[in-house]
Write a protein that binds this ligand. Structure first.
Ligand code: WTA
Length: 655
């Protein structure tokens, strides 16, 4: 890892910032904003604990905390001694108010089917399903794996786990059977909740069928609960497999919420890092809920009459924090859509906005770039006048895409919040507050009140000018509490770059004179493919697992829509012939090991890989080759001819 990489990235991104433009939020918006006090940044910084406790006080606690923060770097405990239940806060707290019959979830399936669940409906379903889990022997602290499409049952299952104190581990439906198996085994989950299938671009994703492959090697699983989404063929194993709907018919309608300690685990969520093995990020109860509640309220300026739509799949952290827990804790109406944005046509998203009168829309730059490519005709066909705020997350947004979003979706009326955060941070940390800050295309903004961020050099020196490493210098309520089953890796990975008090997110950043942060992308071996996090090592391990592969090096190369795609340089074992067929086979192999999101765009065969004298693969050079750039510095190479040969060979393969 080097500061060089941050500098390289800075150069490319700065090129994109043709001019620094500032957009003022319209007065009309500003006047009605949830938070308009310009001094809030200063006030929060003066007493961070008091600031966060203020949000926590708005939630329901069975027992109040004794201490807001116990910080023994790098271990934090928030709202120490407090007792609460997340499902109680997302449901019971609302059904005793006028929100009882307010829509909690407005759901649309890809084929066009619709369901609306009021807070009362959601409460009833969650209570019933919590009782089913209990009947199957699930207890507080047990792990429950969830492998579902974007259907209301996914939210119900998560909240039911939270109600009884079981730890959920949601696995994105696009992950392969092997990826599911590894996540189940790492967590030693007792129960798997899945579905017969789900719809994506008109096809059926056969989730139970895939899960059956995983289940051949998951000894901890005792029960499988299957949601019947369609009428898709599947195998049911007597005694182990149960239909969701059969059990729901008979389930008791009330389940006492478990009084959870503020620091009890709410969920784990696996994410990619710099090794071959994804890590189970741990989030706990009180701090996490406080963090997502606060940010949903202020960043999205959420009001009771809003119709809020975050396009993210719940399989990712954005879905956990900003489809489920944040908005439901706020009592919002959440739109949920099962399928692809271009099915059956490229205006599906805008059709949904028009149909339900969506007011807040949150998506990723990769989606915005796809919308851009499809053309302005699609959104122009639909009435988008209900929209009042737009958001973006997942990767740096190029100013061109920002401007397109602002003009064609926001119709120059809606502020855009560019939100920087991570699976590990649990909550949005850097953004603009729409009632206070003006926005600048390409810049995420300032640290949220109560959050302290800095830009540090390798040596830990804070710099005002130029690009370097982003650092978080104070604990925050929704921060990760560890890596499941690997406490050592937690410390190593995040808290050893400088000192044990400073968190290293793995991103490069720079800031301007107003203190706005511009994110420069990852500075470690983590890729961001269409907003999805993938480790280069993870993909390399998948490739090397194939019997003919001797060695593999994976790099991310720039892509117009996806931001990055994967290029894999592969050395085959002697006696094997590299060629088009093997390229296809290797791509499929990676899909089988990880999932379609990891399918390499390019496989480049090579007799050798460029390495430093100490044997480290020089990914930077490989990136240059794959992006067909002039080769960078080759002086540290063990054998400088390797890379020239490889470049020539690559150009021949490409032509
Ligand atoms: C990147 C997604 C620039 C960043 C919530 C981070 C961003 C990684 C932004 C986390 C943004 C996320 N601007 N980069 N607004 N938001 N990132 O864990 O590199 O899937 O480290 O969490 O996405 O990805 P993750």
């Amino acid at each position: 890892m080097s500061g060089k990489k941050a500098k390289e990235k800075e150069a490319t991104i700065s090129d994109l910032l043709i001019e620094e433009r500032k957009f003022e939020v319209p007065d009309e918006f500003r006047k009605k904003a949830n938070i308009k006090d310009k001094d809030i940044y200063k006030k929060a910084a003066a007493n961070r604990e008091k600031f966060w406790a203020g949000f926590a006080e708005e939630l329901h606690w069975f027992k109040k905390w004794e201490k807001v923060l116990d910080w023994k770097p790098p271990h934090a405990r928030w709202f120490v001694g407090g007792k609460l239940n997340v499902s109680y806060n997302c449901l019971d707290r609302h059904i005793t108010t006028w929100r009882k019959n307010k829509a909690a979830i407005i759901w649309e399936g890809e084929p066009g089917d619709q369901r609306t669940l009021t807070y009362r409906d959601l409460y009833r379903e969650v209570n019933k399903f919590a009782n089913i889990l209990k009947k199957l022997g699930v207890k507080k602290g047990d792990r429950v794996a969830i492998y579902l499409p974007m259907i209301p049952e996914l939210v119900i299952a998560m909240l039911a786990c939270a109600r009884i104190g079981a730890i959920h581990s949601v696995v994105f439906g696009g992950f392969s059977a092997e990826a599911l198996r590894d996540r189940i085994n790492d967590a030693r989950a007792r129960v798997l909740i899945t579905a017969d299938g789900g719809y994506r671009r008109g096809s059926i994703i056969p989730l139970k069928h895939d899960a059956d492959h995983a289940l051949l090697e998951t000894p901890s699983i005792q029960h499988v609960i299957i949601v019947k989404r369609g009428d898709f063929p599947l195998h049911v194993k007597e005694g182990r497999d149960h239909w969701w709907h059969y059990h729901m018919e008979e389930a008791e309608s009330y389940c006492e919420p478990e009084e959870m300690d503020s620091e009890d685990i709410l969920f784990t969520l696996y994410t990619s890092g710099t090794t071959g093995k994804p890590k189970g990020i741990i989030h706990t109860t009180g701090g996490y809920l406080t963090g997502v509640y606060a940010t949903t309220n202020w960043v999205f300026d959420l009001k009771d009459d809003d119709v809020y739509w975050c396009m993210a799949d719940i399989g990712w952290v954005t879905g956990h924090s900003y489809v489920v827990y944040g908005p439901l804790a706020c009592g919002a109406t959440v739109v949920m859509y099962e399928g692809a944005p271009d099915w059956p046509d490229r205006d599906r998203s805008w059709q949904i906005v028009e149909k339900y009168g969506v007011t807040i829309f949150y998506t990723a730059p990769t989606a915005i770039r796809a919308f851009m490519k499809w053309g302005t005709g699609w959104p122009a066909k639909r009435d988008l006048s209900s929209l009042r705020l737009l958001g973006t997350v997942g990767e740096p947004i190029n100013p061109e895409a920002w401007m397109w979003y602002h003009k064609n979706i926001g119709q120059e009326r809606c502020p855009i919040v560019d939100t920087w955060w991570q699976t590990e941070t649990g909550m949005i940390l850097i953004t603009t507050l729409p009632g206070i800050d003006s926005t600048k295309p390409g810049f995420a903004g300032r640290p949220f009140p109560g959050i302290e961020a800095d830009i540090l050099t390798e040596e830990g020196v804070s710099i005002q000018k130029g690009g370097s490493y982003l650092a978080l210098t104070q604990p925050w309520p929704a921060m990760l509490r560890g890596i499941y089953g690997d406490p050592e890796r937690y410390v190593q990975q995040y808290w050893t770059k400088w000192d044990k008090k400073t968190y290293f997110p793995g991103d490069g950043a720079k800031r301007d004179k107003d203190g706005y942060f511009l994110l420069l992308g990852r500075v470690d071996d983590v890729l961001n493919v269409a907003g999805h996090r993938l480790g280069t090592m993870e993909v390399e391990s998948a490739l090397v697992d194939h019997p003919v592969v001797a060695e593999a090096a994976v790099v991310g190369i720039e892509h117009e829509i996806k931001g990055q795609v994967i290029a894999a340089f592969v050395t085959v074992k002697e006696g094997n012939t590299p060629g088009g067929e093997l390229q296809d086979e290797l791509k499929e192999h990676v899909v089988r090991k990880i999932g379609a999101i990891a399918r390499p765009e390019k496989i480049i065969f090579s007799a050798d890989l460029p390495k430093t004298r100490s044997g480290k693969i020089m990914r930077r050079l490989l990136r240059d080759i794959a992006e067909s750039k002039v080769l960078g510095d080759t002086t540290t190479l063990a054998d400088a001819t390797t890379v020239e040969k490889l470049k020539k060979h690559y150009e021949e393969q490409e032509s």
